[in-house]
Write a protein that binds this ligand. Structure first.
Ligand code: FES
Length: 578
């Protein structure tokens, strides 16, 4: 069997593009394996000429359960066009797709499964480069985690955010407005007929949530890591530029492969720090730190929450988008998008990081700046906040750290001591939060236990504990809320999340009792349970955690191997040694 004639396609690092010969199926006879592969490929109508081309795999994450990815067929076609234009053979293939609101108990539980699917299918099938198309919350981190481990030349293409809609003259976008109107409905300010109409106007186009939630945050992080084409993170899903970005990504793929630009070269300690700066300047999602930790962990880069605080204290919030500000992703796109933000942050960034085009970040930013709308993207010395959006808290309640999105919280609550009102599980929370006889006041601190990564609920976005109905109806809009779970990137409030270790792993959060005092100090970056350590230890001995342990399937794999939030809730056996 003759080697494919791909001399001009040699990778610059000495590797060879192998096309269809990549990773042959093992039948004990290589020539037979290639003959059989070509024969079966020909059954799909490919010519010899096409089968001799280098191959670009395209990960197609269309799913009837993923509204955000409704534009996938057009995107796949546009990527294929770009690949063909440069002499490659594009082949799309499916992986798991995670539609945020269709998954039980929570999409996070399946992020690691999608990452494994992504990694293994990249590795097992013949391709010289891969374009991963994703967007909805967990899909981009899952794909980046898988790609970081597979380490083939990889380009991420984002599906893009939704456009906003209108309700009675007011502009709406998923999903910060979903929560705002739901809070109004609970408080009796919006009636049943109105909430029904609002429901039909919150998400009206394809694409990901319209605000700087988790999906948008992760898109911006992917661009900062150099894993997407520059300027593509924020293009709306319905915009023609989104299809041009897809075509250009396909056209770039083989060049990225020829330069040998694999994730190992792009996802480094420096690029991860750049991504942290961007996360902080965006006022981005709390989920962003969890996902970035998991992605970095696949390349052996450890994110310290103490380092996060150092960066946060020196990174202003520059973006005026919901949930921390007023705009939507379509505004960010027209305001100058990531190019404008990165230029503002330039003195704080490592500019020698390479990107998938072969340019360094510094070279990319040396191009002439375009128009910038300063109502959406502020100058560095004129930030919306002087410090970054996220802060890590430490103390006897969270020895491994906890996360507060201070840019989406009420500063009045930043230095407070309050009485704990404890809910022992999500079921207990659902049962009692609106009870008339719940003993709760506005200056109490709501604590939700047993909702972390190892809990049966798998760390859902339940940290946005609702304000008890009787307080909401009395006009209370925010309270301190603490849990070992997550919250949606589209939510707001003084909400402490990702408490580590979690209750199910023996963390002190599981030992808090009604009436205990808790002190939150954002200035000291501390979270303390105001009882002495011997009492904490006594309670731990008297009440060791007994999480329900699944006995089979993926749920068992998850429970046995998921790490704590400070390690990204990845599986321990998938992380690279650091
Ligand atoms: Fe897909 Fe929000 S539901 S990004």
């Amino acid at each position: 069997m003759v080697e494919l004639q791909l001399g001009e396609n040699s990778m610059s690092d000495g590797g060879k593009i192998k096309g269809l010969q990549h990773g042959l199926t093992n039948y004990g006879d290589k020539d037979f394996s290639l003959y059989l592969r070509r024969s079966f490929a020909k059954s799909m109508g490919y010519s010899d000429e096409m089968l001799e081309r280098p191959i670009v795999g395209i990960i197609n994450t269309a799913s009837g359960y993923n509204n955000c990815h409704r534009g996938m067929p057009e995107l796949v076609e546009a990527v294929k066009r770009g690949v063909l234009m440069r002499g490659g053979l594009p082949i799309d293939f499916p992986t798991i797709s995670l539609g945020e609101v269709f998954l039980n108990p929570t999409s996070l539980m399946f992020r690691n499964l999608m990452a494994m699917d992504t990694e293994e299918m990249i590795r097992a099938q013949p391709m010289d480069a891969v374009v991963m198309i994703g967007g909805c919350d967990k899909t981009v981190p899952a794909q980046l985690m898988g790609a970081a481990s597979a380490d083939l030349p990889t380009l991420q293409l984002i599906v893009g955010p939704m456009m906003t809609g209108r309700y009675e003259g007011e502009r709406l976008g998923a999903c910060t407005d979903c929560r705002r109107f739901w809070a109004d409905f609970r408080a009796g300010r919006v009636n049943e007929g109105q909430i029904g109409q609002i429901e039909g106007n919150l998400a009206t186009t394809m694409g990901t949530c319209a605000v700087m939630g988790t999906a948008s945050t992760m898109a911006c992080i992917a661009e900062t890591l150099g894993m997407t084409l520059p300027g593509t993170a924020a293009i709306p899903a319905v915009h023609a530029d989104r299809l041009r970005a897809a075509e250009a990504t396909g056209a770039q793929a083989l060049e990225t492969a020829r330069q040998g630009l694999t994730p190992a070269k792009l996802i480094t300690k420096k690029s991860v720090e750049n991504a942290l700066r961007v996360l902080l300047a965006l006022g981005g999602s709390t989920n962003g730190i969890l996902h970035l930790t998991a992605i970095a962990g696949r390349r052996g880069v450890k994110i310290s929450l103490y380092r996060l605080n150092e960066l946060s204290d020196t990174t202003p919030v520059l973006i005026n988008l919901k949930p921390t500000g007023v705009g939507y992703m379509e505004d960010f796109h027209t305001a100058g998008a990531m190019g404008a933000l990165l230029r503002e942050l330039q003195p704080l960034l490592h500019l020698d990081c390479p990107t998938l085009t072969g340019e360094t970040l510094g070279e990319r930013l040396a191009a002439a700046p375009g128009y910038v709308d300063r109502t959406i993207i502020r100058a560095r010395d004129d930030g919306f906040e002087d410090v970054g959006g996220l802060v890590a808290l430490f103390g006897n309640l969270a020895p491994g750290g906890a996360i507060l999105k201070r840019s989406a919280a009420d500063p009045v609550l930043f230095e407070a001591t309050g009485r704990a009102v404890v809910f022992t599980s999500l079921e207990d929370l659902a049962e009692r939060i609106d009870a008339e006889d719940l003993d709760v006041k506005a200056d109490d601190i709501l604590v939700l236990q047993n909702a972390g990564p190892k809990s049966p609920s798998g760390m859902p976005e339940a940290g946005y504990i609702p304000i008890p109905k009787k307080l909401a109806q009395a006009g209370v809009k925010d309270m301190i809320r603490i849990s070992d779970c997550r919250m949606s990137g589209t939510a707001f409030g003084t909400i402490v999340l990702h408490v580590t270790p979690e209750a199910a792993a023996g963390g002190a959060i599981g030992l808090v009792q009604n009436g205990d005092e808790i002190r939150l100090s954002v200035s000291n970056k501390s979270l303390e349970l105001l009882i002495n350590n011997s009492e904490i230890e006594r309670r731990r001995q008297a009440n060791p955690p007994r999480p329900a342990v699944p006995t089979r399937g993926y749920a068992k794999l998850y429970a046995d191997h998921v790490t704590q939030a400070d390690q990204g809730a990845d599986f321990d056996f998938l992380m690279a040694p650091n």
